[in-house]
Design a binder for this molecule. Sequence first.
Ligand code: SF4
Ligand code: SF4
Length: 362
Amino acid sequence: MTEFCSSIFGPEFNEIDTENYDGQSGLSALEINFGAPACFGFSAYFINGPVTKEELSYEDICGLIDQAKDLGLKKIVFSGKEAISCRYIKDAISYSGSLDIDAIILKDYYQVWTNSKNNIPPICTRHNFSCVVTSYGYVLPCPGLQIPVGNIHNQKLSDILKDSEILCDLKEGINRIKGPCRTCKEARNCRGCRGRAYDITGDYLASDPLCARNEKRRHEIFSLPAPAGRIIPQMPPMRVIDTIDKLGERSAQCSVLIKEEMPFTGKDGSVDRVAYLEMMAQAIAALNGFRNMDSSDSAPEGYLLGAKNLKINKTAFAGDRLSIMVFKYARYGGFGIVKGVVKRDGEILAEGEIKIWHKTDE
Ligand code: SF4
Ligand code: SF4
């Protein structure tokens, strides 16, 4: 038996919970996937640091079910090829039953997406009421959207759901989707498959490129890597990032080719240490700008307030291609603290924290 990932929890969840959705951290349904990878590359870098190989124990699973129950859990699905052979699966199902939670094991895994039926995606609202937790503890928005938004080994599930910008964007539905889907006549109900949009464009908010209704408008769908010039206000020579390459939970990876004519490049071609801070600040501005492209909200105006714990390991020179990874790890109203790392060929040149402020409604 093969199911579609959009319908595994049934219409009662799609209809009732979408209409009654009233908070960022509510959760009616949960999937624990025993077949998902242990490593999500850049997307997991800031969430867990080096890849964790720590599998969930029976106690971890019961703790997770308890946490989810407090958030409103009614149904749990154990999926992935290894689910059926997991030594504590029967106990986990009994434990769910003792809490009045329906539990099923999905013996064969299901289809994430298909190109059948003229390639119109199913109407899918799973992000509104469910999430996936992998056997390594990573929390994913849905089976096809494999961007970790946290890890239950080091955070409470409710905090992960509440703090996730990706889940918040997904729950806002069509208002956050970029490109042609926004003007489709089906947009009130449909938001395309976020999993296949992310796989193809690198952007979980892109219009669904495989939908037949978008066939003649695919050139309007933006993909990563995207030029920073369209996203941040800084113009050359003050622009010190070239492209935004990857998106993750409150994180982005950007890149720049260092040029002699940049104001931070000295006569000997070396890059001034101040430039690393500016790269981190522009990378976070690119993340905010990219999330807000095409949405009714404009990218918030922001400023770099200061820096701490800056460590410069090596110097960059004109001709070097650098990648800049940033992660917003704390927010207090309009203030935020961002961790940043600048690398050249995988080697860390500089790392530190910057404090930023951006305009909020409060
Ligand atoms: S968005 Fe796509 S991949 Fe995710 S649950 Fe829905 S149909 Fe599946
Ligand atoms: S164009 Fe977008 S909104 Fe319209 S049916 Fe296709 S995926 Fe759904």
